[in-house]
Design a protein around this ligand. Structure first.
Ligand code: NDP
Length: 477
């Protein structure tokens, strides 16, 4: 049977675009449909705008640092609308780069929604049907609101980049990557940030010492972080009955804040610990769900998991042999570089005749909290549940901040196997931890031992030199 395309990709995010381009480079005829903007979550409403906001927010502390270093600078207000228009110009530019890359690779672009009709037929939003030998689903995910009445009064990370005004106060619900990153960003931009996390410590699953230091650092910078706390009631402030509530603000001496504009826009929240407060905005960062609804997947025979994710094998193939899926829609590891890896492995497998499983082991990642956190491999807790380990760890005030008088502390930690001396995990809390962990990740992925780290001469004076100069374990477990 002759198909219209060798490959049809649904979703123009990082994974889908990479798969389309690299498949087209093998000579395959490729089509790609995207219903929103080319670039997906990472470029349009995720990693890229988030990182630019991290940069923007960092300046508030730098003015103070600069004065300590002898510069005559004064703090000025942050102009959100000026930043936002620059940000959106940059996102437009990046989107056009993605389009040009696809055009230049001879990928046919369809700016519309696409759903499945059967294992080889795609229904396009413009009414046409097209057929393809292989179909790749790369539709990503979306933030989800918790199932509580009034949740729709809050925003998610999707809306944060498009706000008309910066709120004066915000409540962020959640303790994962997104909640913790935005708590730092908005705090740095001058917003009064309160964060509720239902568990005992933010960033569940990561090394305990590292996440403890991140949480402490966030608090020291001004984030009002409440652990073991969740939201029980949320209403528009104008509809809430304040008769028994206004006397219990979250912090003593910090009155409940009502949005400028006279209370109409404020959101009243009641927490599990009984405290009530009004915030300008409430942001839910309570997890993300795969975009599989209404796609015709189940009718085509594709199996979905409990969270709606597409179930795939190690080659990203679904139960239907002609249909593959990569990226967040498969809910394996929700990270852009992982989706890109999965895209490349898919093309290698299907278009280059070289079956390539995706390697999800030892993925380095950075959480752009303030302080920043870079991590690869096992946490101390996970490692010691598996085998005896030696822990090498140091915490200190970095030279840069000691000079300027900041209280920031750095953590450098290696989790080492007693039996093999291999470094099983590396955890860094420091400025530029993301940059450092990328490089440490190479050594860890290569199976470097603690002695390999030690044989490497230190780069002085840096923070990262501590990774190769820690002599004795602080403990064994
Ligand atoms: P996460 O799954 O990381 O965090 C969700 C948070 O919300 C958790 O703290 C969770 O608590 C909490 N939560 C879930 N449901 C509720 C509820 N009903 N009420 C209160 N709290 C709730 O999701 P994110 O949205 O932060 O991020 C999604 C993914 O995106 C991440 O896993 C990551 O892979 C990726 N990402 C990566 C970034 C990076 O690389 N720097 C940046 C941003 C996102 P609990 O822990 O108790 O379950």
């Amino acid at each position: 049977m002759a198909f219209d395309y060798d490959l049809f990709v649904i979703g123009g995010g990082s994974g889908g675009v990479r798969a389309a381009r690299t498949a087209a480079a093998t000579g395959a005829k490729v089509g790609l449909a995207e219903e929103f903007r080319m670039g997906g979550t990472c470029v349009i409403r995720g990693c890229v705008p988030k990182k630019l906001m991290v940069y923007a927010s960092g300046y508030s502390e730098m003015f103070k640092d600069a004065r300590a270093y002898g510069w005559d600078v004064t703090d000025g207000p942050f102009d959100w609308s000026k930043f936002r228009s620059h940000l959106h110009r940059e996102l437009d530019r990046l989107e056009s780069v993605y389009r040009k890359l696809l055009d230049g690779s001879d990928v046919a672009i369809f700016d519309c929604r696409a759903t499945l009709k059967d294992p080889h037929t795609i229904a396009l939003g413009d009414g046409r049907d097209v057929t393809a030998k292989h179909i790749l689903i790369a539709t990503g995910g979306r933030p989800v609101l918790p199932d509580i009445q009034g949740a729709e009064l809050g925003i998610t990370s999707n809306e944060i980049f498009n706000l008309e005004d910066m709120p004066k106060s915000i409540l962020i619900i959640g303790g994962g990557y997104i909640a913790s990153e935005f708590a730092g960003i908005l705090n740095g931009l001058g917003v009064a940030v309160t964060q509720f996390y239902r568990g005992a410590q933010i960033l569940r699953g990561f090394d305990e010492e590292a996440r403890g230091l991140v949480a402490e650092g966030m608090r020291a910078k001004g984030v009002d972080l409440h652990l073991g706390t969740n939201i029980v009631d949320i209403r528009a402030a104008k509809d809430a009955d304040f008769s028994d509530s206004m006397g219990t603000p979250m912090e003593q001496g910090k009155p409940a804040t009502v949005a400028s504009g006279g209370g109409g826009r404020g959101i009243w929240v009641k927490a599990t610990n009984g405290i009530e407060q009004v915030f300008d905005q409430v942001m839910f960062a309570t997890g993300r769900a795969p975009n599989t609804e209404g796609m015709g997947l189940e009718a085509a025979g594709v199996a979905l998991g409990r969270s709606g994710e597409i179930i795939v094998d190690t080659f990203s193939q679904t139960k239907v042999p002609s249909i593959y899926a990569i990226g967040d829609v498969t809910n394996r590891v929700q990270l852009t570089p992982v989706a890109i890896r999965e895209a490349m492995a898919f093309v290698e497998t299907v278009f280059k005749g070289n079956p390539t499983p995706v390697d999800h082991d030892l993925i380095p990642s950075a959480i752009f909290t303030q302080p920043e956190f870079g991590t690869v491999g096992l946490s101390e807790e996970d490692a010691r549940a598996m085998e005896p380990v030696d822990i090498y760890c140091t915490s200190f005030k970095p030279m840069n901040h000691a000079f300027s008088g900041r209280s920031d502390r750095v953590l450098m930690k290696l989790v080492v196997s007693k039996a093999t001396r291999k470094v099983l995990g590396c955890h860094i809390v420091a400025d530029h931890a993301g940059e450092m962990i990328q490089l440490a990740g190479i050594a860890v992925k290569m199976g470097a031992t603690k002695e390999d780290f030690d044989r490497t001469v230190a780069v002085h004076p840096t923070m990262a030199e501590e990774l190769v100069t820690m002599k004795d374990p602080v403990r064994s477990a």
